[in-house]
Structures are given as C-alpha cells and as structure tokens.
Design a protein around this ligand. Structure first.
Ligand code: 4NP
Length: 157
C-alpha cells in the first residue's frame, strides 16, 4: 500500500496524518509507504507546524523530520490511495490532476469513519494550540479504521 495524505499547506493536518498512519503501520508490521503533500506551495520545504509536532510528540510520534511539499498530477501514479483532509483540498486535487486525476483513488479521510459523509478535518491553522488535540484525535480514529480495513494486505506484501 502506498498512501498519500493531502491538506492545503502540508504543515498542520496532513503531517499529523502521515505521522500517525506511518507509526500504526509499523506497529502492525505493515510494509506501507505513507507520505503527505499540500495543494498549495506557501510552506514548501518547511517542517510541520510546531503545534502539530508537539501534539504528535505528546503521543510518542516524532514528525520533526518531515518537510512540506506540493501535490502534483504525477502523484496520482505514485500512490494506491490518496486521502484528502477537507473539501477544498478534494477540489484542488481534482484541479491539479487535470486529465490525470484518477479520482477513484481519492477519498476524504473522514469517510473511513463515516462513509460517504465527505466531512472535513477542521483546519487548526487559524486557531490556537487547543485546536490541535481534537484534530489529532479524529485523524487517529480514521487511521485506526484504515489499518482495520487494509491491514490484511500484509499477507500479500
Ligand atoms: P494545513 O493548514 O492545510 O492543515 O497545513 C494550513 C496551513 C497553511 C495555510 C493553509 C492551511 N496557508 O494558506 O498558509
């Protein structure tokens, strides 16, 4: 499984999602590739937001080595599954993909919890530190659901 987590800036939400799913996949002995990207390039090359780093560290996950990168149309060919963290991100992914936009690979991360609901993870960028823990919690629940759904694939890797 090659999984890409996508948000807008790739500094707040999707770095947390990458960190959590990578950690859980390792714990379950799954040989998965988990990465993240953003649909805008304002923060390309930057480390995750300090509060994203902090909330992950509080849960034993070090995401300090991640660096933001911009989502490109070529990413549709590099991953089996592309999870968008929000509705605006879904639209951006489709637009960036253009003719290469294999939208069958794309789903809302929170649809792993509530299929078909197309819910967004609140963007903590505009708030304060308190906003990061609920974001972590909902992403963790969705990552647990991904492990439950695709974990059996380990037999075939
Ligand atoms: P993220 O949050 O998409 O969760 O990384 C954002 C960070 C920066 C911006 C937007 C969202 N920005 O426009 O700079």
């Amino acid at each position: 499984m090659r999984i890409l987590m996508v948000c807008l800036g790739n500094i707040c939400r999707s770095p947390i999602a990458e960190g959590i799913l990578k950690h859980k996949a390792e714990q379950h002995g799954l040989d998965w590739i988990v990465e993240s990207a953003g649909t805008n390039s304002y923060h390309t090359g930057e480390a995750p937001h300090r509060f994203s780093q902090k909330v992950c560290k509080q849960h034993g996950i070090d995401i300090s080595g991640q660096r933001a990168r911009t989502f490109t149309a070529a990413d549709f060919g590099k991953y089996d599954k592309i999870y968008v963290l929000a509705g605006d991100v879904y639209d951006n992914v489709q637009r960036i993909g253009g003719q290469n936009a294999a939208m069958k690979k794309v789903d809302y991360l929170l649809n792993e919890l509530n299929p078909g609901s197309n819910e967004s993870v609140t963007d903590p960028w505009y708030g304060n530190e308190e906003g990061y823990q609920p974001v972590y919690d909902i992403i963790e629940q969705a990552c647990d659901a991904i492990i439950r759904r695709y974990g059996y694939l380990k037999k075939y890797n």
